[in-house]
Write a protein that binds this ligand. Sequence first.
Ligand code: ATP
Length: 581
Amino acid sequence: MTELRRLWILFRPYRGWMLLGTLAAILTLIANVTLMAAAGWFLTAMAAAGIAGVAMNYFTPAALIRGSAMIRTAGRYGERLVNHEATFRLIASLRVWFYRHLEPLAPARLQQYHSGDLLSRIRADIDALDNLYVRVLVPVVVANISILLFTVFLLFYHPLLAISGLSFLIVAGVGLPIWSQLRGQAPGQRIAEDEGTLRTAVVDGVQGMAELTLYGATERQAQRIDGLSRRLVADQSRLSSDHGLTQAAVGLCASLSLWVLLWLAIPMVHDGTILPPQLAMLALFTLASFEAVAPLPQAFQLLGRTLAAARRLFAIVDTQPAVPAPSGASPMPRGFDVEIANVSFSYPEANKPALSEISLRVPEGGRAAVIGATGSGKSTLFNLLLRFWAPSAGTIRVGGKDILDFHGDDLRRHIAVVSQHTYLFDATIRENLLIANPEASQGSLEAACRVAQIHDFISELPDGYDTWVGETGVRLSGGQGRRIAVARALLKDAPILLLDEPTEGLDAATERDLMQALGKLMAGRTVLLITHRPAGLDWVDQVLVLDQGRELARGDASVVPKATAATLLAVGPKIAAKTSQ
Ligand SMILES: Nc1ncnc2c1ncn2[C@@H]1O[C@H](COP(=O)(O)OP(=O)(O)OP(=O)(O)O)[C@@H](O)[C@H]1O
């Protein structure tokens, strides 16, 4: 139940709203029960007065009935208004709370989660938490207070009536919810998990549509999605039929309670303990009082789903970032040289280190290339430089300061990255550029795009910079996407530049043009280039050759020949040619 306690703490800012919503709900319920009871009394009293031919004051009961009806309507409206407002505020703040915890975990700690699963947590799981407030907390409080009031009211007439009413209310308001919760626990948990899995499968199916079609696997994927959704529907329909059963059971309890009340109260009318109009009033009062407990079985049935959702959210929120934030403010680097000193690193659960005792110093304004075959640890080195992971041993310094002493955002403010995987958002070209510098003017955007050699292309588009690039930039070619990345890096204007195979996958002519653009970008910056291809090696002062995470050679391009034949083969013919010189 620690989830409940933690959720209660999260709900703290909305407790005022909750109190207001609960009071409105109690008022509505009392008004409704009063309306029914007073109507029962009034009709019977009027009939009795008519038969006896005596006059009676009907103004007071009529006013009570009208007043109750008005309070009931206004109360219901107020309760909906307050509770909806509180729910929306709560959900909005929970989304922000969750996102704040999610952000520091990217990318290292989130690699084990699929984006579809994360989406499911942000949307469906957070939505499920509002159940706790509207469908559990408010009805439980309302039921407890109302049952107490109703029992006291019955006590005024006879303790036996109070005991009988209370007993049936307890069966409907405690027994049925417990049964409901036990029955709902397993399917509720499965629903929370299956919703995430289903979303993941659908996202995979849509994003991998081309591959699935190519390999004739669409049917299999469709069957998988169908299987998951059948399981989900089966659990949902089990919950629905349980809900139907409990509603019928609440109705049965109300009817039994009425019969028992009549059985107990009719003799009391005979012996004059209560008057005939009071019998009608008590009968309708008993029936109406079950409105207080009717929502409870469903509330407790949903508790399983709600707690499972809370557990899935807390699992992420409780994850520690791969690199903890320092306690103090980030230091001011003395310059922008980069020093990698004896750095080793292993990914969690990996059986061998991705990097072992790597050292490299790039002076401010200097340029170095890290070269090596696939899997040699180049990207890992960048991940460490960007502080996404922390070295297992050794230190990385920027301007003489250990990068672990920086807050992630402060460090990354000094670094621009151009990589082979440029993520383009489903937005306009302008918006995709402004992400690097939201303050940039149209003039700066165009200047950056001119240097990146993409301005002419953009200008020829019918909507120019306002052209929509589509999801993941599908409406741009690989080379055009890479140029947008160069323009972004120019707009960011950071003193350190990381180039992660920026020309990978481009044809020779595009590669040449892009290298020209990159040449301008590199000017005056500390540059680290990672590559397993020869392009760009002419631009650097020193090269570090990696082989399976170890340093194979280091120095200027002339050290490359010292590398093994296998690595040279992997890094490309140009290096091989240099080797033979
Ligand atoms: N997130 C990760 N979790 C676990 N192991 C990883 C992870 N990323 C990389 N590795 C492993 O670390 C080693 C180095 O990978 P890395 O991506 O740094 O190589 P690389 O030289 O950049 O390769 P490529 O040129 O193909 O991009 C590989 O054995 C790889 O399987």
